[in-house]
Design a protein around this ligand. Structure first.
Ligand code: GDP
Ligand code: IMO
Ligand code: MG
Length: 446
């Protein structure tokens, strides 16, 4: 039995969906505990690519449950489309469960999200966050202010109506909202259609753990977009950390076995906010083109740059990472050298190694200190074939040295490597405990 968390260790889009899907092969339940329609997790199946937004990747596997957990904010109309899209393609193979405690993200939250980001931009162009405009901030704010509506309320028309009236009383600054009558009617209808999936999920998970079944918590967004520990205010409105995954699923910390942090072999960010290793010029364009770096939810081009070990050390410590999954190593294949940021030089002459400064503008002013690592060969089909046949032993020696370098610098073993977008293009390096370096999260802190 194990309870395992997979989470994003950079700024999102690290290929968490692909790694979670790989691990879901040995899980009985996969749980999303935060976020909502801002998420885009791509899994490339033999039938073609699937992008999941509000469903956990367990729904793609026979015998596995995909749980959208209590910590999520769910947009019910988009959710219904997502379910229908999978059904139409014959890809809905697992069971869908939606927590009755998850909050409802309403179309009025989408309007409010756009209104808020416009307001920021009008104040100062750099203040715009570049949110996904999917209503996340306002939905979580209403949850925290106790104006929210939960999935459980969709099947209680009188309560739903009362809650909507109260919520609308807080939205007098917004224009063009649907009438309460219209929204209440649409919500009751969609609630009726989703009702078979809605139930309490905490007892389901507690019983599963008691029976010895494997539970995987599929993180969305990323630790560096965490509301408290990310690059505030350029963050999302949930807690995409390991602690947040437990809060958002109702699983007690004492049940947790391992935490896998997923990081690309380089780094990307979509939306505004500091990104010290960003390559704004030709080199960034190269990474964007070869890595296919375009947002899975919004289609926006992602900002691209190099792996940042200062941020990764911080994330390792913050989340108690027990291992790393390093993805998209094929994208860097063929480069003579691969830059990696090992420290920051700050404007006052000081050096930072173990974590970012608190203020976003200070992080933006950090100058990365790079170490150039030797590159590895291109990932042509013959090499991929050998890795599929022989496993990790077939990874190029230079790449293995790059991975060992990350392990040494971060103090966390690399357990998985992603070398292509397809479902089967992930290789396991063996159990972390049996390799060269034991888990030693505090080691780098002196
Ligand atoms: P997530 O949000 O963390 O699940 O990541 P996204 O799905 O938003 O973005 C990851 C992108 O990289 C998707 O287009 C994946 O299909 C693709 N991808 C995942 N792993 C790999 C890999 O190892 N190599 C390459 N070349 N592409 C990958
Ligand atoms: P996955 O799960 C990348 C970013 C947005 C914006 C900030 C706030 O696919 O990795 P929000 O709409 O959440 O209020 O936007 O967070 N963001 C993501 N970036 N991947 C994501 O999800 C993201 N979810 C939110 O671009 O900068
Ligand atoms: Mg994504």
């Amino acid at each position: 039995m194990s309870v395992r968390i997979v989470l994003g260790a950079q700024f999102g889009d690290e290929a968490k969906g692909k790694i979670a899907d790989f691990l879901a092969a040995s899980a009985r339940h996969v749980v999303r505990s935060a976020g909502g329609p801002n998420t885009g997790h791509t899994i490339v199946l033999p039938e073609g690519p699937v992008v999941l937004h509000q469903l956990a990747c367990g729904v793609l596997r026979h015998g596995v449950t995909g749980i959208s957990g209590p910590g999520m904010v769910l947009q019910p109309f988009k959710l219904e489309e997502e379910i229908q899209g999978l059904k139409d393609r014959g890809l809905l193979r697992g069971e869908i469960v939606l927590s009755d405690r998850a909050h409802v993200l309403l179309p009025i939250h989408e309007v409010e999200d756009a209104w808020q980001d416009d307001l920021r931009a009008r104040q100062r162009p750099e203040a715009s966050l570049g949110t996904t405009k999917s209503g996340i901030g306002p939905a979580y704010a209403d949850r925290a202010s106790r104006f929210g509506i939960r999935l459980a309320e969709l099947s209680r028309p009188a309560v739903l109506r009362e809650r909507l009236e109260l919520l609308y009383a807080t939205k007098t600054h917004l224009a063009g909202l649907p009438s309460i009558d219209e929204l209440a009617a649409r919500l009751s209808e969609v609630g009726g259609r989703l009702a078979p999936f809605i139930r309490p999920t905490e007892p389901l998970l507690w019983d599963a753990i008691a029976r010895g079944e494997n539970v995987l918590l599929e993180g969305a967004q990323s630790a560096l977009l965490d509301l408290d520990f990310g690059t505030y205010p350029y963050v999302t409105s949930s807690h995409p950390t390991s602690a947040g995954a437990l809060v958002g699923s109702g699983i007690p910390p004492t049940e947790l076995d391992s935490v896998v942090g997923v990081a690309k072999s380089y780094c990307t960010r979509v939306g505004a906010g500091p990104f010290p290793t960003e390559e704004a010029g030709e080199r960034g364009e190269y990474l964007r083109r070869v890595g296919g770096e375009r947002g899975a939810t919004t289609g926006r081009p992602r900002r691209c740059g190099w792996l940042d070990l200062v941020l990764l050390r911080y994330v390792a410590r913050l989340n108690g990472l027990t291992s790393l999954a390093i993805t998209k190593v094929d994208v860097l294949g063929g480069l003579p050298e691969v830059p990696v940021a090992v420290a920051y030089r700050m404007p006052d002459g000081s050096t930072l190694r173990d974590g970012p400064p608190t203020h976003a503008d200070e992080l933006a002013a950090a100058e990365p200190v790079y170490e150039q690592r030797p590159g590895w060969p291109e990932f042509h089909e013959r090499l991929k074939e050998r890795i599929r046949r022989e496993g990790a032993a077939a990874l190029p020696a230079e790449l293995r040295r790059y991975l060992a370098f990350i392990e040494d610098e971060v103090g966390v073993p690399v357990e998985y490597v992603g070398y292509g977008a397809h479902r089967d293009e992930t290789v396991w390096l063996g159990p972390p405990g049996t390799r060269r370096r034991p888990v030693a999260i505090a080691a780098w802190n002196g």
